[in-house]
Design a protein. Structure first.
Length: 151
């Protein structure tokens, strides 16, 4: 499983997801029998270029890989991406959009958190679907007042 992040990602979302997903399997055994179990998910943080950088609030991150280095994955989560309200979010992350379409075509579960849905909409994976995203994507049926969309 991979978590996609960019310099506009908030650390709380990225590290919160990483902690929760990384603990799957390990924490249950610790809570029930008092011994940490093996982790069930191999969680990796991935960025467009794989180089270390600072997140939105100046937290340093060293990703595990770039999108070009990622082979088959079962699931990818696009973390939040800050987007100014002063300009439409269209046209951002073209290489990530192509990567997501490839992964989805290979059967990966593709999901997003918060404004990560803008990247999914940009990729075209939400076209014709109902989703909570930005109105700048006319091919997406906007689901109003939604927190979670399972389409």
């Amino acid at each position: 499983m991979v978590l996609f992040a960019a310099d506009t990602t908030s650390p709380s979302v990225l590290y919160g997801l990483n902690d929760v997903l990384y603990s799957v399997g390990a924490v249950f055994d610790d809570l029930t029998i008092g011994v940490p179990g093996p982790g069930s998910l191999d969680v990796r943080i991935v960025t467009a270029d794989g180089r270390p950088f600072k997140l939105l609030s100046s937290i340093y991150i060293e990703p595990h890989a770039s999108i070009d280095e990622v082979g088959h994955v079962d699931a990818v989560v696009i973390c939040d991406m800050y987007s100014s309200i002063n300009q439409p979010p269209t046209g951002a992350y073209p290489e990530v959009s192509a990567w997501l379409r490839r992964l989805h075509g290979e059967g990966a579960l593709v999901a997003s958190v918060c404004s990560g849905s803008l990247v999914l909409a940009q990729s075209g994976l939400l076209d014709g679907r109902e989703a909570a995203t930005h109105w700048a994507y006319p091919k997406v049926r906007i689901k109003k007042d939604a927190v979670v969309c399972m389409t």
